[in-house]
Design a protein around this ligand. Sequence first.
Ligand SMILES: *[C@@H]1O[C@H](CO)[C@@H](O)[C@H](O)[C@H]1NC(C)=O
Ligand SMILES: *[C@@H]1O[C@H](CO)[C@@H](O)[C@H](O)[C@H]1NC(C)=O
Ligand SMILES: *[C@@H]1O[C@H](CO)[C@@H](O)[C@H](O)[C@H]1NC(C)=O
Ligand SMILES: *[C@@H]1O[C@H](CO)[C@@H](O)[C@H](O)[C@H]1NC(C)=O
Ligand SMILES: *[C@@H]1O[C@H](CO)[C@@H](O)[C@H](O)[C@H]1NC(C)=O
Length: 646
Amino acid sequence: MIKCFTLLVGLLLVNVPPVASNSRSFSVDWDNDRFLKDGKPFTYQSGGMHYFRVPHQYWSDRMNKIKLAGMNTLQTYISWNSHEQVEGEFNFEGDNDIAEYLSLAQSHGLNVVLRPGPYICAEWTFGGLPYWLLNKPGMEVRIYNKPYVEAIAKWFDVLFPIIKPFLYENGGPIITVQVENEYGAYGPDVCDKKYLQFLLDLNKKYFGENPVYFTMDNTSDKRLECGAIPGLLKALDFGPGNEPAQELKMLRKFQAHGPFINGEYWAGWFDKWGGRHANRSATKVAKSFDEMLQLNASVNFYMFHGGTNFGYTNGAMSGKPGSYNVRVTSYDYNSPLSEAGDTTDKYFAIRNVMSKYVELPPGPVPPNSPKWKSSVDIQMKTQISLFDNLEQFSTCVETKLPSLMEHFNQSDGFILYQLQWSGPLQNISLYGVHDRATVFVDRQKIGSVNRMDFLNGSLILPIELSNQLNLKPDQGYTITILVENLGRVNHGSYMAIDFKGITNMVLLDGENVNLEKWRVCPLPLNTVQPALQKVDNLRYPPSGSPFTPTIFCGSFRKLNGDDTFLDPRGWEKGMAYLNEVNLGRYWPTEGPQVTLYAPGVYFKQGENTVCLFEIETANPENTLVFTDVPILDKKKQGNSDDLVDF
Ligand SMILES: *[C@@H]1O[C@H](CO)[C@@H](O)[C@H](O)[C@H]1NC(C)=O
Ligand SMILES: *[C@@H]1O[C@H](CO)[C@@H](O)[C@H](O)[C@H]1NC(C)=O
Ligand SMILES: *[C@@H]1O[C@H](CO)[C@@H](O)[C@H](O)[C@H]1NC(C)=O
Ligand SMILES: *[C@@H]1O[C@H](CO)[C@@H](O)[C@H](O)[C@H]1NC(C)=O
Ligand SMILES: *[C@@H]1O[C@H](CO)[C@@H](O)[C@H](O)[C@H]1NC(C)=O
């Protein structure tokens, strides 16, 4: 049996297209408010899980658990920017292997609800769009704009032929396909029906007329009107705080007949830096789910398994200039399967509801996986000064401001701006920092500023230097501004103007110095490994000098493949790297996330390297540990928010 299964998966690994059969059909039975699958009434109960947030080695385990909860369907977005990081260069390998993901779902007996976007929101950087769109002249996203729709057409021309064999009618698992995503919520004045129709036509060009296409929106008049495409099925999204019967009534104002779908049933919620960890009651989630099932609804849990925003992939929110907040690295989402794939009370509460409606698949739910804990503190013996080794990490250029990250064809990470200056200096003011800057004069840190704290959309931070520094104006000094891209806006109309770096100007004592001779160093820092290999050439932080951004690395042994959590307490703000993998941002002083998920599959058997790029401050003696229990709900000092439970 096990052998057979392995063989099947093995075959699917080489993406043999599923065998088509004429008996397979999936359709909307409008008159009877339901779906028909092969002619029989059908509802789906679905688990949301994004392949791009879960190491591919774990896909099968998570699908098995979704299936064992009684779900018959899997829902996923497709994140364009994971597949086409560089324009025209496509990646469908490893965690990007969408064909393998769809095959695996099918081998687990799960149907698939596909959400190819291209805009997906998802708390994912730039809502799934590739940053390089921003470099195209005249670009406006999410409307019928020539450069935008042309880029989509090229992308779908690569993507859709891969997807097509997996449509239900072609023998695959995909039962429904979403067009755009929550379009009705895009900007107060945007409602571009030509754009929506263009997307639907493009879908049909590859997939034909038969698949069940749908749009999905939150229940408000504006949203349901604007997000809709005439004749297309509408799905809703709402959480346990909403009354399902009431939602259905709202839907019926816009769609008199058709199946009732909650395409995003919010079983949990996402977290932002400086906020609290979502905590949605399992009892309420289960109760409202039961009510929806009684109404014959098709329901997708958003998320059933959230996963992780590894590296720089988290999104951010900006309602208007001056309002900005950032999603944390974890996408645990307080969902039924935790970030590490463990079952929770919520999982069993949902499974319990399902058991009233379907016969649960046989077989016990697997026990939660063992977690590893490092037995000794890891010494961070290698310490590489960023400022003293810039040439190892960057190709710096001399140019004027504003010189944006996108100009350097850089998607994510950091960018450093340096200016030689002489003369008296009292204040440095930064305008339009996207998104966080740490400012130094010579090696002395002056301060850090977050876009979250901006006033009226521009950052005005007079920095009084005279008291802190003993400047010698006649000798000159170096002003260094390290800017971090904290994540591209993923929601609302401000996403299209979210360039990164210093987007406006720098004033020294009120004088605009944009046109001076700046040295600008793009620092993607996707990995620190190549630099580590040149360790003989690397310069350590000069002893006795104040702290400047430093890469700290330590090695340790691990002899099993267990998952674990990196605990950065004692460090302040930066990026964590495990061997070749960028685990994501850490910011334990801000919270609520403290520990970072470190999947077992990212470790080597034996010797491993962990590195932190620390921006703010650290004691050179600081050590690091891995722990066996995640901490995602630290309350920031002075934060009076209650735990989110609604
Ligand atoms: C859903 O729409 C309503 C407007 O009807 C809005 O107040 C609410 O914030 C929306 N919820 C979400 C999660 O977007
Ligand atoms: C979440 O809320 C539940 C009650 O609904 C409570 O028992 C639990 O302790 C809370 N979790 C956290 C992390 O505070
Ligand atoms: C749900 O479906 C069943 C079977 O088709 C039907 O008898 C029942 O009336 C439906 N319930 C609602 C609330 O639509
Ligand atoms: C960025 O990419 C474009 C298109 O490939 C290229 O023309 C341009 O020279 C690149 N710019 C830089 C600074 O590398
Ligand atoms: C520096 O900033 C302070 C506070 O905003 C202001 O009072 C002072 O005039 C500024 N000094 C210069 C030289 O711009």
